[in-house]
Design a protein around this ligand. Sequence first.
Ligand code: KG4
Ligand code: ZN
Length: 338
Amino acid sequence: DMTLTFLGIESSCDDTAAAIVTDGGEILASVVAGQTQLHADFGGVVPEIAARAHAEKLDLCVEEALAEAGLGLADLDGIAVTAGPGLIGGVLAGVMLAKGLAAGTGLPLVGVNHLAGHALTPRLTDAVAYPYLMLLVSGGHCQFLRVDGPDEFTRIGGTIDDAPGEAFDKVAKLLGLPQPGGPVVEAEAAKGDAKRFSLPRPLLDRPGCDLSFSGLKTAVLRLRDDLVKAQGGLHAQDRADICAAFQRAVAEVLAEKSRRALEAHPVKTFAVAGGVAANTELRRALETVASRAGAEFLAPPLRLCTDNGAMIAWAGLEAFKAGQRDGMDLAARPRWPL
Ligand code: KG4
Ligand code: ZN
């Protein structure tokens, strides 16, 4: 049997995850333990709490993934682990566990860049051929990548301040809505009129594919304060209209920058990943842009768009087949640009 089977370990943010994946693209198991509840009272991910939860849950996630796949460690061909970028305590917990497993079993160890994991996901889900264009949009990331190989990424543009998911979360907070803000703002937007308020389209007047979202967030803050001042409070319809205007602005800006990225890099496939890719208005806008550019639009299933172990196992497999092997000196890197 020539099939390779890898364990993938992910713990760089607030999801503890382990998965078992073959180089044929089969996901034999994928376990994700979120921490949303643990951080709920703090308005964001608390690094120390995240690190402790990863340290507590990681080995259980690995055990569960092996059980789900009906495999033992001896059936694996390698261990892939996120070695950065991310919150260092969580990354360290994952890297230490992976080193322990590799040392105990003699299996090869492969350190994976978390962003490469996201960027290579279209190859796991749809066997997409190189080169392709990728838009990564999440709570922590926002960039356009051209992918030419398992270790050949070109950053074409990205945010100069906040990530769009972060902006969705902050807008929800400003309007007194719960976290995570993305899905809530989308639900509000569905009841709103996107044309009642006009919000800026940051950096649209500048050439290139860079993006900015912090001004948009400030504009929402001002809009809210003006309404509160004028009417003594916010009505439900105001909230919905603000959400609709905000979502429209984000979708339009991302669509226009995607159009430019595809114009400069006319590849066959345009893929999107990250939690914000769940947004229906954004997906539609990107789909339209891709089809006008004659490219295939690809959005992997959401569970593979957000943080997971399967994308790490897959990126590890690709790197392993390209010859990458790491030793006990594999470093955990808080910063690690692609
Ligand atoms: O990829 P992800 O699960 O985690 C990282 O940030 O790495 O992305 C989470 C982000 C959050 O900011 C969340 O508000 C946003 O994705 N999000 C959405 C939607 N669902 C989740 N943003 C807009 N519309 C959505 N439907
Ligand atoms: Zn991520």
